[in-house]
Structure formats: structure tokens, C-alpha cells
Design a protein around this ligand. Structure first.
Ligand code: PLP
Length: 362
């Protein structure tokens, strides 16, 4: 049986992208972000490939995501980017040997209240200007006191997160880095600043650790540049098939709301993929897909299970032809741009109706 919609994830591309990160930041260790099901690519197979390729630590958002990796026996240190939210979670983190990114004093209290946390591994996250999570910069002396009180705690380092690293003409990133450095002047401990955009666009942000996510999946965090432009390889190919090919006379409305009107007698193809698979409903007429090596434009509203496309450019297209929705040759960044969003959200929007296939295992 041929699956209706297939996401083919090339683990070789994931390994290549990790190698590309190392090329950009050769002196840094890599904390690889596999949160949100490895950005929709599948947490366990991707984590295994990253560990196999030498990722130093894996990063997840929360305990549930860490547990999925533990249950699959993924052999690597795992960091909880949002830390722990309860005494139970703190106990579990200590028991499982997880690294906890601590961003507030109430989390320190959770750890201090717990004998099991006697040798907890932790990072401290500082707010250098993003104003989301993190201790204020003037808390550094108090945090050093905390570490002195708990010599058995295994301190991993100081983290901060960049708010505008994708804006290469903004001074915000330099300001954040300067503030972080000033707060930590003469303070010991490894530093980590850069996400993908940071490590690609801001060499001064490549410190002891870099924390790439998006780039590992081959997409670019920088507007106007694709992952391929930056030496990365898209790791996921989303494909479906032509389910129908019809010819309609000029003036025919196509799909819900007559969102497209045929300007001439023309072939329209119906592709078996829709917003219930992760193809955003807001994609406008003209958004490209690839059939028989050629780009053809979306014609009409995305519906739950189907899209319609203008086949004038590929009149030889037939029912059953593969249709590339995004992947190598049709960057997810470009489709995301058509949807008014980023590749991040496109990836995370893939649903469990999509059949995942993994290639490029070693
Ligand atoms: C998700 C995340 C990253 C990775 O970000 P990308 O932009 O995908 O590279 C790095 N650091 C933190 C704290 C994160 O939450």
C-alpha cells in the first residue's frame, strides 16, 4: 500500500547539518534541540542520529519529551530547557540524571527542598534582553552563592537566549551579548548564547556551547536565505500524490469559497494532502508544489484532506504522480513564507496522519 502523505526524513542530512554546525563553531560543544518531536521530524530517530554523529547533549522543552528519549534508551545527556515545574519533576530529573535549566528562584527552592537533588546537574539561564525566561543579570552574585552552598550540584554553565539573532542589521544581539558578558565578568563556568541564527550570523555568540535546532533540520533561520544557501541540507521531504486530474472551462470556480476561478480552459489536479496533514489553510493561490520536476501553483483553498493545483505547466501530469509539498528543491522556508510564518511552525504542524519514513541510517 502506498501511503497517502509521506514525510521522508534523511538522517544523513541531519548528520551533515550537525557537521556543518561544527564547521561554523569548531570550538563549541553542541546542545542539539530535539524538542517538539525534533521539530516535527520524529524525536527518537533524530536523537539517535544526532548522538551517533556526536552531539554532546540533547535539549528538550519538558519532562514528557525527556521521558520519550529515556524510554527509547537514547544514550546522551538530556537538558530540560524550561527546567522543572514541580517537586515530582525535580525528583525525577535528579533520579534520571537530567540537566535542568534553572531560570527562576522558585526552581532553586524546589531543588533545595529535595535531598535527591544533592547532585543535580544544572544550568543557570540569564535574561540578557529577551525578557521571557531567565534570572535578571544582577542575580549573578546570588546564583554564585547558591552554587557555593551546594558544592555537590554539578554546574554546567550559564545560558542566555537571543531575541533577534535573525535580524543581522539590528544591534540588539550585540547588546545582549555585551550585557551577558558584563554580568559574568570574572565569573567561572561555561557559557552558551547561540541558537541556530546566533551561531550562523554572530560569530561572537559561539561560546563553549551552541544550541542549534532549526539548522539541524536543514532550514535557515535567516530571512532571504535558505538552509542550502548556508550549507545545510533539508532533512524532510513531504510528498503526496495526484488523486484526480480534471479539465474545467474558463470561469469555473475551484473549491471552497470559489477562491480560484479558472482564467481559461485548463487542467486542475487534486492532491491528497490538506491542513489535517499540516499544509496550512492560509496558503494562498500561487503557492508552489512540484510535479514531474516542475513548479505548479496552488489553485483554490487548502481543504482538510486535499489541495487543488493549476496543471497548465505540466499537462502530462497523471493520477498517481508524486507531488512534492516541500523538501529539497522546494524549501520549507519558501512555503512557510507563503503562509506568513516560519519553517519552525511548518515543521511543528505536521500531524500524525503523515506517514514517516527514515532513510540514511548508518
Ligand atoms: C529551541 C531553543 C533553541 C534552538 O533554537 P533554534 O532557533 O531552533 O536554533 C536554543 N535555545 C533555547 C533555549 C531554545 O528554547
Amino acid at each position: 500500500m502506498i501511503p497517502r502523505v509521506t514525510a521522508t526524513v534523511d538522517l544523513g542530512a541531519i548528520r551533515h547539518n550537525l557537521a556543518r554546525v561544527r564547521e561554523l563553531a569548531p570550538a563549541s560543544r553542541v546542545m542539539a534541540a530535539v524538542k517538539a518531536e525534533a521539530y516535527g521530524h520524529g524525536a527518537v530517530p533524530v536523537a539517535r542520529a544526532l548522538v551517533d554523529a556526536g552531539a554532546d547533549t540533547l535539549a528538550v522543552a519538558c519532562m514528557e519529551e525527556a521521558q520519550a528519549l529515556l524510554e527509547a534508551h537514547v544514550q546522551a545527556p538530556i537538558a530540560l530547557l524550561e527546567g522543572v515545574i514541580s517537586a515530582d519533576e525535580a525528583a525525577l530529573a535528579a533520579y534520571e540524571g537530567l540537566q535542568v535549566v534553572v531560570h527562576d528562584f522558585w526552581q532553586i527552592e524546589l531543588l533545595e527542598a529535595m535531598p535527591a537533588a544533592s547532585n543535580i546537574a544544572l544550568w543557570f539561564k540569564l535574561d540578557s534582553g529577551m525578557h521571557r525566561l531567565g534570572f535578571p543579570l544582577d542575580a549573578v552574585p546570588a546564583l554564585q552563592q547558591v552554587l557555593r552552598r551546594h558544592p555537590a550540584w554539578r554546574f554546567q554553565g550559564w545560558i542566555t537566549h537571543l531575541a533577534r539573532a535573525d535580524e543581522t542589521d539590528s544591534t540588539a544581539t550585540q547588546d545582549q551579548i555585551a550585557a551577558f558578558d558584563a554580568a559574568l565578568e570574572a565569573v567561572p563556568g561555561p557559557r552558551s548564547i547561540a541558537n541556530s541564527a546566533g551561531l550562523i550570523a554572530w560569530p561572537q555568540a559561539r561560546r563553549d556551547w551552541v544550541r542549534p535546532g532549526l539548522a539541524l533540520y536543514g532550514a535557515s533561520p535567516l530571512p532571504g536565505q535558505t538552509g542550502a544557501d548556508l550549507g545545510f541540507r533539508p532533512a524532510l521531504r513531504l510528498e503526496s500524490r495526484l488523486l484526480a486530474v480534471r479539465s474545467y472551462p474558463a470561469g469555473s470556480p475551484i473549491g471552497y469559497g470559489a477562491h480560484y476561478i479558472c482564467p481559461q480552459t485548463m487542467p486542475i489536479g487534486v492532491v491528497a494532502v490538506g491542513y489535517a496533514d499540516g499544509v496550512h489553510r492560509c496558503l494562498p493561490n500561487g503557492t508552489p508544489v512540484i510535479i514531474r520536476g516542475r513548479r505548479v501553483p496552488l489553485a483554490g483553498r487548502v481543504s482538510m484532506d486535499m489541495i487543488s493545483v493549476d496543471l497548465r505547466g505540466v499537462p502530462e501530469a497523471r493520477v498517481g504522480d508524486p507531488v512534492l509539498i516541500w523538501g529539497e528543491g522546494l524549501p520549507a522556508e519558501e512555503i512557510a513564507h507563503c503562509a506568513g510564518t516560519l519553517a519552525y511552525e511548518l515543521f511543528c504542524g505536521l500531524t500524525n496522519r503523515v506517514r514517516f519514513r527514515y532513510v540514511g541510517q548508518r
